[in-house]
Design a protein around this ligand. Sequence first.
Ligand code: RIB
Ligand code: CA
Length: 302
Amino acid sequence: MKKILIDTDCGVDDAVAIMIALASSELNVLGLTTVNGNVGVEQVTENVLRLLPSLGRGDIPVFRGASRPLIGQPHHAEGVHGRNGLGDVELDDAGKPLEDTGAPEGMLRLARENPGLSLIALGPLTNVAIALNLYPELEELIGEIVSMGGAIGKGNVTPYAEFNYYADPESVQVVLESKVPLTVVPWDAAVKMTHSEEEICALGFGDSKAGKLLLDMHRPLFSYIEKVYGNRAAMFPDPLTMAYVVNPNIATQVLAGDLTMELADTPRRGASVHRQGNRLELVMEIDKAGFQSILLRIRNLT
Ligand code: RIB
Ligand code: CA
């Protein structure tokens, strides 16, 4: 069983990724840390504090993290994730308390208690960078970082940059310069695997609570994409990343290499340029059937 800590900017696809993790017996979710991204960190934190109890996992500790990137202004994506980040689905407030230490301290506590844990980063890497800077021992304690982010081909925020890495490119550079083994699932893998609303409905979630939540949360996203691109089809970057964590064998194309982040204040800021090297692995493609079978596990969540 793989012990994981999830760092999230809980938007709609993060929520599905979290559901996949909770529904997978291969994973033991030790805790969640929240970070500014799809929406502000207060809203992200509220989303996680409500999502976990709604899935029967109010026992998992939640630590609030960074409200803004290392450099520059916070970026959000309400147009994609809705005003509240969950497609404007209102989850019940179960009154789950927030941990009284911040995300970096939460990462340190869980890593000391569970040396070798996997850190699954579904948002900007701000918390990870701060934690590595504050607590250098984390370079030895964290077994691996699996990060959804970056784009080798076309980006999704600018033609060059993907949202998570665009929102805080300096934090990506800090992680790249660390020694922690790193796997990146870039936007390129998500773009290769779109699902129409009909496809999702036909997958067979039945009347499961989690299946209904997935569809309800993604309705504004489908509408946004329909408005921009003319068809109700979506990408699922964070769920893809979590499915890969559950079973790395669903990856059908993996590249070794390194990334150079564009940090200058130009139109290319936030671009992640792939180059030769052995710093990391890039998961460039994932098998659709393998992903769907893992995604369907969320039906079993109560
Ligand atoms: O670019 C997609 C990524 O940015 C996903 O993680 C999404 O949730 C947002 O954080
Ligand atoms: Ca995310």
